[in-house]
Structures are given as structure tokens and as C-alpha cells.
Design a protein around this ligand. Structure first.
Ligand code: KIV
Ligand code: NA
Length: 259
């Protein structure tokens, strides 16, 4: 398959749905890429899915560099996007620029994702001018967990709806090649998708977006426990792994392996 660029993703708008998924290591990136996904996100969800943290807040730039480099070693045809971790986007611009530079130059990301709307759009515009492609992220911003006091749906009130529309338009104007919307009311997500010229990629935001993204552990059934209700599980790899380990343990104890 051809290498997918940020341009490719932008041009999928109105053509076909964008298929995106998270990946955190070389093996999983290979599986997803071989299946033909368009975009691999090294999400800061690596903190909760792989590293045992309760939220994405403890995830550092060093962790993102480590996991992004692992995914890059899969040499994916899919576009490789790395999350900018907690609070870095709110640091002074030169530090944000340096973090993005490291994700691209040291780790091999081809674009970065930054949480936030109109407030962060001026910095995103400067990054885009500096040659750094940015994927926007509106709605539920998990990095704000300690402010939100939990995860919930966004855009149910008229006030929240108009903030979301303004956020999305500000990100488009700043030069984002696409925008992710997380946990937005489905009707509102459809309205925003209709207003944007760039793809709106949804998660927990209903069927009216220009594409979808899921956390790979959720869709593969490899979670420690809680799975959001909007997720569709396409496999039960956690259960498969448990069974495989149990069979191995039994064979070793009964001296059936090695034979
Ligand atoms: O970190 C992540 O996995 C994400 C997706 C949920 C969009 O930001
Ligand atoms: Na994230």
C-alpha cells in the first residue's frame, strides 16, 4: 500500500471514512498496518493501557518518545501520529516546539496530536508554520481529568455545543489536517463534521463523523477492566492470553512441554 500522509488523510473527507487506531509497540503497529488502517496514533493512553497508570496525566515526553520510536520501527504505511503529553502544549512555545521536534526527529512521528480547541489554536498555528502537522482533539480532554472529576459526554447544552463548533473551526483555521472529537453528542458531531473542510474523526461521538478511532486494547479485548460502552470489541485477546498461559502452565507442571 502507498504511504499515507497528512494530505491523504485531509483529502479523504467526503471520499471515505478515515480508519484510525492507537498502537504502542512495534508488533501491534505491524498488525494494524498490515490490516490497512489509515492512521496509527501513539496515544498517551499508553499510560492507562500499557503502563498501569489510572489516567494519562503521569505520561511524560520520554515515555511518548520511547513508544513512538517502537511504533516507527514497524515502518507503517499508515500515518504515524504521536500525542503531546500532559501540559506540554501549555508550556512556553519554544518548549512545545522542542517536544514536537523530538517526537518527529528522534522518535519518527509524522504528526503530533494536541488536546484543546480555540485556546490552544494560536500555538498550533505557529507549529504548523514551523512544519509540524497537527491533529486537533476536542470534546473530552482526558489530560484535564483532575479538573473534570471524571469522564462524560460533551455538547449536550447549547452553550457547550457552540463552544465545540468554535473550537473545531479555530483548529481548522490554525491548520490542523484533521480533528479528533471525543465523547461528543452524536448530533453535534454531525453538525461539526458538516461545518469542517477537514475530517472529524470520532471516538464515542456517534456515526456522523468522517472517520473513527479506537484504543487498540479496547477493540481487541485486552483491557484490565472497564471498557467504555461505545466500544465494539472485535476480539477477546485478553481471555485468549489467559487461556494460553494456563495451558502452558499445566503442560510444564505435567511435563507435557517440552515433549
Ligand atoms: O490517547 C489516546 O488514545 C487518544 C485517543 C482516545 C483519541 O487520545
Ligand atoms: Na490521548
Amino acid at each position: 500500500a502507498d504511504k499515507i500522509s497528512t494530505q491523504t488523510i485531509s483529502l479523504l473527507k467526503g471520499e471515505r471514512a478515515v480508519v484510525a487506531v492507537t498502537a504502542y509497540d512495534t508488533a501491534m503497529a505491524r498488525y494494524a498496518d498490515e490490516a490497512g488502517v489509515d492512521l496509527l496514533l501513539v496515544g498517551d493512553s499508553v499510560g492507562t493501557t500499557q503502563l498501569g497508570f489510572d489516567t494519562t496525566v503521569p505520561v511524560t515526553l520520554e515515555m511518548m518518545l520511547h513508544h513512538t520510536a517502537a511504533v516507527a520501527r514497524a515502518n507503517p504505511g499508515a500515518l504515524l501520529v504521536a500525542d503531546v503529553p500532559f501540559a506540554v502544549a501549555h508550556d512556553e512555545f519554544t518548549k512545545l516546539l522542542d517536544a514536537c521536534r523530538r517526537l518527529m526527529q528522534e522518535a519518527g512521528a509524522e504528526a503530533v496530536k494536541i488536546e484543546g480547541g480555540a485556546l490552544i489554536a494560536p500555538k498550533i498555528e505557529r507549529l504548523v508554520q514551523a512544519g509540524i502537522p497537527v491533529l486537533g482533539h476536542i470534546g473530552l480532554l482526558p489530560q484535564n481529568f483532575h479538573q473534570l472529576g471524571g469522564y462524560r459526554k460533551f455538547g449536550r447544552s447549547d452553550a457547550e455545543k457552540s463552544v465545540l463548533v468554535d473550537d473545531a473551526l479555530a483548529l481548522e483555521k490554525a491548520g490542523c489536517f484533521a480533528v479528533i472529537c471525543e465523547m461528543i453528542d452524536g448530533t453535534v458531531a454531525g453538525t461539526i463534521a458538516g461545518e469542517l473542510k477537514i475530517p472529524l474523526i470520532g471516538i464515542g461521538s456517534g456515526p456522523h463523523c468522517d472517520g473513527q478511532i479506537l484504543v487498540c486494547n479496547d477493540l481487541l479485548g485486552m483491557t484490565a477492566g472497564y471498557v467504555p460502552s461505545f466500544v465494539r470489541q472485535y476480539a477477546q485477546l485478553g481471555e485468549e492470553a489467559r487461556k494460553a498461559f494456563a495451558n502452558y502452565a499445566e503442560d510444564v507442571r505435567n511435563r507435557k512441554f517440552p515433549s
